[in-house]
Design a protein around this ligand. Structure first.
Ligand code: HPA
Ligand code: ZN
Length: 336
């Protein structure tokens, strides 16, 4: 089986995906029209042309602007269901999705509107496609911790629907330590902690995420490789890392994918997975990320299968669900 066919047919999970980052320019236009909002772009092509980012902040500015077209429960349903339909076609069997409630409540959209639209789509995808889904609420790290506490209070009313809490947005200058108290409260309330760390920020932020936030997964984590003692620790504890190759290229974290650290991470014994982050903005969904990194690093079949298997091991599925998913995966692996 050639690499592309293997990637496309392999059962897999996606663990690093911002639902607002799946907003395709076509849908942005359609929702702007439906909601009577005017955009500063006159065509889909002109939007795509603007996706030429020099840094994480360049991207975030457009990302927050783009999501201003999301107003109603139906909008959040349409956004989420469109993503899950694509995942069904890409043989993704399980997803763990980030959402940024503060980016919506901050412009007058209620927490319940956002959450109910997303959960409606999860329910529909489970029944239509058999895809399972978990939701991760991200605190925006450029905002004060007090505002994260307000958001956590809203999440506590909806524990049945929100599994984990994460930390995203502008990393530099906003270390995990800024959110130590709200993460402690979130853990006490039963939410599993994860955080973006070491995307643009230093290895020390990854240490803080582990020590202070007690994260059970590191989102990105690229710059952890600058600290060998930290790498050894992450490998020993098998703390999963959610790597996003096309994001790293588009945000200039690793402008040349041939120099991407993914193979070094695998060789160091890290539990790494491949994900798409914000696929509409970064040029591809999960299978495109697998294909791009396979071509850049010439990953072989056993490396691709290890990455696919890791996606289930690194997930927050229950032990029984993991065993069932890995059974299916191992039967696939034996057939290639
Ligand atoms: N990094 C940090 N924050 C984000 C990202 C990202 O790649 N995508 C959406 N919010
Ligand atoms: Zn991300």
């Amino acid at each position: 089986m050639d690499s592309r066919t293997l990637i496309e047919t392999m059962p897999k999970a996606e663990l690093h995906l911002h639902i607002e980052g799946t907003l395709e320019p076509e849908m942005m236009f359609a929702l702007a029209k439906r909601n009577g909002i005017s955009l500063r772009y006159d065509s889909v092509e002109s939007i795509r042309k603007a996706y030429d980012f020099g840094s994480l902040q360049d991207f975030l500015d457009l990302y927050y602007e783009g999501m201003s077209v999301l107003i109603t429960r139906q909008d959040f349903f349409d956004l989420t269901f469109a993503y899950l339909e694509k995942m069904n076609a890409q043989n993704v069997r399980h997803v763990e999705i980030f959402f940024d409630p503060q980016a919506h409540t901050g412009r007058g959209i209620s927490f319940d509107t956002v959450l109910s639209g997303i959960i409606d789509a999860f329910d529909r995808a489970r029944s239509d496609f058999g895809i399972s889904a978990k939701l991760i609420l991200c605190f925006l790290r450029h905002l004060p911790e007090e505002e994260a506490f307000v958001t956590l209070k809203q999440a506590c009313r909806c524990k049945d629907h929100i599994f984990a809490v994460g930390l995203d947005s502008s990393e530099k200058g906003h270390p995990p330590s800024k959110f130590e108290r709200v993460f402690r409260e979130a853990r006490e309330q039963g939410f599993v902690p994860v955080a973006h760390a070491g995307e643009e920020g230093p290895a020390a932020y990854v240490c803080e995420a582990i020590d202070l936030l007690q994260v059970q997964r590191i989102d990105h984590g690229n710059r952890a490789l600058e600290d060998p003692a930290l790498v050894a620790r992450i490998a020993r504890q098998q703390i999963p890392m959610t790597v996003c190759p096309l994001s790293n290229r588009r945000l200039q974290v690793t402008p040349d994918l041939k120099k991407h650290p993914l193979r070094a991470m695998l060789n160091a014994g890290l539990l790494v997975t491949v994900n798409s982050d914000d696929p509409s903005y970064f040029g591809g969904y999960i299978n495109d990320n697998f294909i791009a990194i396979q071509e850049a690093l010439d990953l072989n079949q056993s490396e691709l299968l290890a990455l696919g298997r890791n996606s289930f091991i690194a997930s927050f599925l229950s032990d029984a669900e993991k065993r069932a998913a890995l059974d299916v995966f191992d039967r696939f692996a034996a057939s290639v």
